[in-house]
Structures are given as structure tokens and as C-alpha cells.
Design a protein around this ligand. Structure first.
Ligand SMILES: Nc1nc2c(ncn2[C@@H]2O[C@H](COP(=O)(O)OP(=O)(O)O)[C@@H](O)[C@H]2O)c(=O)[nH]1
Ligand SMILES: [Mg+2]
Length: 266
């Protein structure tokens, strides 16, 4: 092969004349789906809790980062059943619905990967319908709301399942919230979703049955964008009611809800 025709090895070739590099768009980062955690306060719910957790895990889209059960003093197999269904369980020695929620939120903060983007609250008795989880999350995922309440009074078949005293108490509470703070709700439904950022902003404190109303009356005070969606409800699937199914529970909850409104109205 003549010297002249020898192919020029790559390294010996003269560099191509410099050309302005075409503007490369930055490589698109795949969008991370929001991390969603479900918090379930549960007291002696061994009969219903497993199916509740499994239902929520099944219906969630995107998949849940965790389900956290706040248990304070269950004397049955609530914790075991919850773990077997795929939940984390936190034990809180102080009694009360709000205490259990606060303990579960402290656990959410410690999750590997940090606190979630969104928290959903659900009851452990099977009354909330897991198939409504996407509906509950939709306004937050569309960035149209910071807090979404699942209202049990918008569908006649759900409203019928509410105990009369719960219906009356909730109506009174939402009427007072509207009169005092201008936000229109139709229920103090326990099935609700809120962004982590909004939860941090409001700083929840109540340790028992003032929890639901505290969040709803603080929402307008802290400028949260609120939404409601109609949710289905079921009768509790096992076990016993601790709140509105008993006279004692109803009176305690009613008094606490009104006292909470009175306290923040000052
Ligand atoms: N950890 C904890 N959970 C509670 C307590 N009281 C009620 N719960 C839970 O809160 C949810 C609602 O209570 P429930 O008895 O169904 O009230 P009802 O729907 O008004 O009859 C259920 O998941 C209960 O297990 C409590 O003191 N501690
Ligand atoms: Mg219930």
C-alpha cells in the first residue's frame, strides 16, 4: 500500500473546523411521582384493618410510599394485622385519635427518603372506601388544592349511613367554620388528603377528637386551598365504634369539636 493511500489513523486527522455546538436541551429529568403516605389511627381494629390497608395499597396510583398505623393501646392483634398487611406501626402511649395521628406523622417524617409530599388520613374500621382514594388525591395531584376532604354528605347513600348525631354535629361544626372563617365544608370526614407542606404550615396539636375540626378551621386561617369530593362510605366492617356509635363517644366528640371551634374563634 502506498504511503499516500495509507488511511489516516483517527488521531492523526486534523481536527474538524470548530463549529458552534448546537444548543443541546438539558437532559429531561424523569419526573418523580409524588410520595404519598396514608396515616390510619386505629384502636382495636384487628377485624377490619387488614382489608383497609390492602385496599388502599391496591387502589393507590402512584403507589404509596407507606401506610402508617398509629396505635395507642390496642389490646387485640391490631399491630400484628397491620404489619402483616404491609403497614408500619407506631405505638403512642398517650391515648386519643389525634395522638395516634401525630405519632404516625412523626414516623412519616423519619421515613427513608424523608417526609412524603402528601398525607392521606383514613379510618381503620373499613368505613372509608379505598376505591375513592384516586378521587381524593386528584385535586392535590393536579395542584388545585392543598387539602381535600372526603365528604360523606354529598351522596345520599353515604349520608344515610352517618349516625344522626354525627350528621347534626358535623353540620353545626361546618356552619360555624363557614360563619367564622368563611370556608365552606359539608362534612368533617376522616378520609382526607393534605400536602406535607400544608400540614407543616398549620401545625396540628389536638390529641383526640378535635383533630378533624382543627385541621378544617385552620385551613382558611393559613390560606390553604381547600376542596371537597363526594366519597362513598361503608358501615364499619368489624369491631366496635369508639366515637359516634356510642353515647359517651358522641358527647365527648361533640363537646371537644365545639370547644375547639370556640378556642380558635377567640
Ligand atoms: N389510635 C387511636 N385510634 C382511635 C381512637 N379512637 C378512635 N380511633 C380510630 O379512629 C377511627 C374512627 O373511630 P370509630 O370508632 O370508627 O368512630 P365512628 O366512625 O364515629 O364510630 C377508627 O380507625 C378507630 O380505630 C384512639 O383513641 N386511638
Ligand atoms: Mg367509624
Amino acid at each position: 500500500m502506498s504511503q499516500r493511500l495509507r488511511p489516516v489513523p483517527r488521531a492523526e486527522r486534523s481536527p474538524a473546523p470548530a463549529q458552534p455546538a448546537p444548543a443541546q436541551p438539558a437532559p429531561a429529568q424523569p419526573e418523580q411521582p409524588p410520595r404519598i403516605v396514608v396515616v390510619i389511627p386505629a384502636l382495636n381494629e384487628e377485624g377490619s384493618l387488614g382489608a383497609v390497608i390492602e385496599g388502599l395499597l391496591r387502589e393507590a396510583d402512584p403507589p404509596l410510599a407507606a401506610v402508617i398505623v398509629g396505635d395507642n393501646g390496642s389490646t387485640d392483634r391490631t399491630a400484628e394485622v397491620a404489619r402483616a398487611a404491609g403497614a408500619r406501626v407506631v405505638y403512642e402511649p398517650r391515648p386519643g385519635y389525634g395522638s395516634a395521628c401525630l405519632a404516625a406523622l412523626a414516623e412519616a417524617r423519619r421515613l427513608p427518603g424523608g417526609p412524603p409530599d402528601v398525607v392521606v388520613f383514613a379510618d381503620g374500621d373499613g368505613a372509608d372506601e379505598p376505591r375513592d382514594l384516586p378521587l381524593l388525591l386528584a385535586p392535590i395531584l393536579a395542584d388545585q388544592a392543598d387539602l381535600v376532604i372526603g365528604s360523606r354528605t354529598l351522596l345520599p347513600e353515604s349520608r344515610r349511613l352517618l349516625a344522626p348525631q354525627a350528621r347534626f354535629g358535623n353540620l353545626l361544626a361546618v356552619t360555624l367554620i363557614r360563619a367564622l372563617w368563611g370556608e365552606r365544608f359539608t362534612d368533617l370526614g376522616p378520609f382526607r388528603a393534605i400536602t406535607w407542606e400544608a400540614l407543616e404550615r398549620v401545625g396540628m396539636r389536638d390529641r383526640n377528637y378535635g383533630w378533624t375540626v382543627e385541621l378544617q378551621l385552620k385551613a382558611p386561617r393559613f390560606g390553604l386551598r381547600c376542596a371537597e369530593v363526594p366519597v362513598r362510605t361503608n358501615l364499619r366492617t368489624a369491631g366496635q365504634s369508639k366515637v359516634t356509635g356510642t353515647l359517651r363517644g358522641s358527647i365527648k366528640a361533640g363537646v371537644k369539636i365545639l370547644a375547639t371551634i370556640a378556642r380558635y374563634a377567640r
